[in-house]
Design a protein around this ligand. Structure first.
Ligand code: ZN
Length: 261
């Protein structure tokens, strides 16, 4: 090989070397649903072989709506999960106590319904602790689950909540009823019944501004799912029945995480 050609070839090799990625230059891990779900750090739904479904209710307790929902759940021996707002637990402790007495799970949904995207770990801890104190005072229990308002999560929030023994729980992307915008009873009913699968976590609200449509929808949803053989269990019960960590759904949610969840 002539010297000039050899030099040119060597220069090419040298130019190419930096293009080979080193370990430190590897593409950073994308901390998305797949990342957190595969580690079990956040739960969206549960893989189970049994016809179990977890209905969840956010933003209560509400002395009227929560009690009407509890009346209805009793008829179907449904055990559900209520993600409560701490300041509302302080305002309506009797309703919070009824949730627990009737066999449902009570869980943390922050004290002020705070959206945490820019909060420090300390601010997150304060909100969650105040809520736990309110729950304990009203019911004698503490919760083990936490749902971030708006479904917002980031690394700090996930780490802080898990560090406090509060597992972040979101919901099945195909089971976001958006009942809080009152889209119509049929929309809520159809969303749940068309998509119901084993291990789903369904998102409802038991404190809706204006005339709630959730209760009328439940009057159809509960008997129909019961007829199909589903058992209504709490999120903690559902998690105990998990056969493995859930693979991520291939379809993204139809809407971005919406504010008032
Ligand atoms: Zn909420």
């Amino acid at each position: 090989m002539p010297v000039r050609t050899w030099l040119a070839a060597a220069a090419c090799v040298l130019l190419l070397v930096p293009a080979v990625p080193h370990q430190a230059d590897a593409v950073p891990v994308k901390k998305d649903r797949y990342y957190y779900e595969s580690r079990g750090d956040v739960i969206w739904e549960v893989k189970t072989n049994h016809p179990l479904i977890a209905l969840t209710f956010d933003d209560g307790p509400d002395p009227k709506q929560t009690n009407q929902i509890l009346d209805l759940l009793k008829q179907y021996e449904a055990r559900c999960t209520f993600f409560v707002v701490g300041k509302r637990v302080e305002a309506f402790p009797d309703t919070a106590l009824r949730i627990v007495k009737e066999g449902h799970e009570i869980a943390n949904h922050t004290y002020n319904h705070t959206y945490f995207q820019n909060s420090s770990a300390q601010q997150i801890q304060t909100e969650l602790k105040r809520t736990e104190e309110a729950i304990r005072k009203a019911t004698g229990q503490h919760s083990v689950l936490f749902r971030p308002p708006g479904g917002m999560f980031n690394e700090r929030l996930v780490a802080t909540a898990n560090g406090m023994g509060l597992k972040p729980i979101l919901w099945s992307w195909h089971q976001d009823t958006r009942d809080w915008v009152r889209p119509g009873v049929w929309q809520i009913t159809n969303k749940v019944l068309r998509n119901a699968h084993n291990g789903d976590i369904v998102l409802f609200h038991d404190h809706v501004d204006g005339k709630t449509q959730t209760i009328t929808a439940l009057e159809t949803i509960l008997p129909e799912l019961h007829r199909r053989g589903f058992r209504f269990v709490t999120v903690s019960e559902l998690m105990k029945d998990s056969v493995s960590r859930t693979p991520p759904s291939l379809t993204p949610p139809p809407f971005p995480s919406s504010a008032p969840n």
